[in-house]
Design a protein around this ligand. Sequence first.
Ligand SMILES: *[C@@H]1O[C@H](CO)[C@@H](O)[C@H](O)[C@H]1NC(C)=O
Ligand SMILES: *[C@@H]1O[C@H](CO)[C@@H](O)[C@H](O)[C@H]1NC(C)=O
Ligand SMILES: *[C@@H]1O[C@H](CO)[C@@H](O)[C@H](O)[C@H]1NC(C)=O
Ligand SMILES: *[C@@H]1O[C@H](CO)[C@@H](O)[C@H](O)[C@H]1NC(C)=O
Ligand SMILES: *[C@@H]1O[C@H](CO)[C@@H](O)[C@H](O)[C@H]1NC(C)=O
Ligand SMILES: *[C@@H]1O[C@H](CO)[C@@H](O)[C@H](O)[C@H]1NC(C)=O
Ligand SMILES: *[C@@H]1O[C@H](CO)[C@@H](O)[C@H](O)[C@H]1NC(C)=O
Length: 434
Amino acid sequence: MVLFTKTALLATLLASVVATDAPTCKPGQKCPTDKPCCSQYGQCGVGAYCLGGCDPISSNSLNSCVPEPVCQSKSYTWNDLNAVQPNTKYLGNASAADWVSSGQPLTSGGNLLLTMAPNTVGTLLASNHLVWYGKISAKLKTSRGQGVVTAFILLSDVKDEIDWEFIGVDLQVGQTNFYSQGVLDYHNEVNASVSDTFNNWHTYEIDWKPDTVTWTIDGNSVRTLKRSDTWNATANRYDYPQTPSRVQLSLWPAGLPTNGEGTIAWAGGVIDWNSEDIKQHGYYYATFGEVDIKCYDPPSGANVQGSNSYVFTDVAATNNTVEITNNPTVLKSFLGTGTNMTAGAVSSASGTAASASAAASDSIPGQNGVSGSGGSAQSNPNFNSTNTGSNSSSTGFSQGGTSTTKSGASSQSERVLQGSLFAVLVAVVVLVAM
Ligand SMILES: *[C@@H]1O[C@H](CO)[C@@H](O)[C@H](O)[C@H]1NC(C)=O
Ligand SMILES: *[C@@H]1O[C@H](CO)[C@@H](O)[C@H](O)[C@H]1NC(C)=O
Ligand SMILES: *[C@@H]1O[C@H](CO)[C@@H](O)[C@H](O)[C@H]1NC(C)=O
Ligand SMILES: *[C@@H]1O[C@H](CO)[C@@H](O)[C@H](O)[C@H]1NC(C)=O
Ligand SMILES: *[C@@H]1O[C@H](CO)[C@@H](O)[C@H](O)[C@H]1NC(C)=O
Ligand SMILES: *[C@@H]1O[C@H](CO)[C@@H](O)[C@H](O)[C@H]1NC(C)=O
Ligand SMILES: *[C@@H]1O[C@H](CO)[C@@H](O)[C@H](O)[C@H]1NC(C)=O
């Protein structure tokens, strides 16, 4: 994706972080022992900071992050959001929820809508089962408008990344890209032509094997990357995506004025919060139909000691440092970490409040009003909790004149509200204090 983004976003992140007093983390700067987990967005905490996206390289120790659930082959359709849990609820049980969400996902006519209301940072769904090589496809219609980015990517905890990204000002292009451990390389992006990504359904696929990545549109291959072409002699390794990754579906505002110039330029300009889609629906939206995840067997020579979870055995975080274990993946509360998964376990109802308050301060990444799209190589939104879960359940979605009902949306939204009420209150207090 984009020039300058990483530094610019990091600066944004740092600015907010100073204000909210959350420790930050990046390669060479590990998290402290009391907030040991380095989130996808480069901030330290406990609880959800230690789940999906937790970066073992910059966390306090290699086992600060919670083991990640192994790959599961499955097809998803969206008559309801039963497979989706908000990040204010998810504690690592991928058997109970295939996806974790931030922002406001809705359903419409059997499809998934990722929404982005004015002044929010959009919506993200991440798969809770990671993929360590596999064939992943998504049938989707992108959002549109300058500054609006729709994404379907694979992102590992150490920021190996394989992307399909769609810029709302150019509906004739799907951008393919990849990163190795979050290192920016301006030459990795390749465009693929496609017809009207907003109005037309297309199926985008990433076929990720140990030796090749192939991107396809509607069954036609548009790009193949070979591992053998990615040798980095300085780093003495292949700059090739090679670690277990979450599938992420997102809609995010690259064109926020607070984002880096390079990011805004890449996204075609600053977002217009008075656009036709906002006037008509109350939000920008991207529509996902069937999403299909097919896991490949672990690569030959993989360190297989179990069948439940992936862990890293070394901060080099290359393919041969991934171990498949039987280690558990579920925290007892938002106070837990990889080294104390039972922390905060409670026997009574008072536990809810305790974990909610913990959640508000430092146990759910992106909850403290950090703006901008932090994270890895820029593809991933941060979430402003004061925006999430608000009101959207009352917004009727209609497209092309046909009014559709969003089954599951209300209850989902209510759950988000209940789950994050305390978090929202505290976040508001923090914002006011700023
Ligand atoms: C995870 O969820 C499944 C399905 O809801 C449940 O059977 C199982 O007991 C849960 N596991 C843990 C460790 O909470
Ligand atoms: C891909 O297309 C976008 C416009 O959609 C353009 O800004 C960008 O420069 C193109 N990238 C490459 C590598 O051609
Ligand atoms: C090779 O790896 C080093 C260390 O990660 C990185 O700084 C450099 O940008 C990489 N080289 C290329 C050409 O990507
Ligand atoms: C890791 O990648 C190397 C190439 O860099 C390959 O030779 C080796 O078989 C791979 N190991 C695993 C476990 O995937
Ligand atoms: C885990 O955390 C709890 C506090 O919630 C503490 O009482 C317990 O001693 C910790 N266990 C370990 C092994 O650190
Ligand atoms: C979070 O969202 C609220 C409501 O839209 C807004 O007033 C506030 O400025 C946002 N905070 C940040 C840090 O973006
Ligand atoms: C919530 O919806 C009500 C009516 O539908 C509207 O008056 C109010 O402004 C909305 N609040 C927010 C925060 O969008």
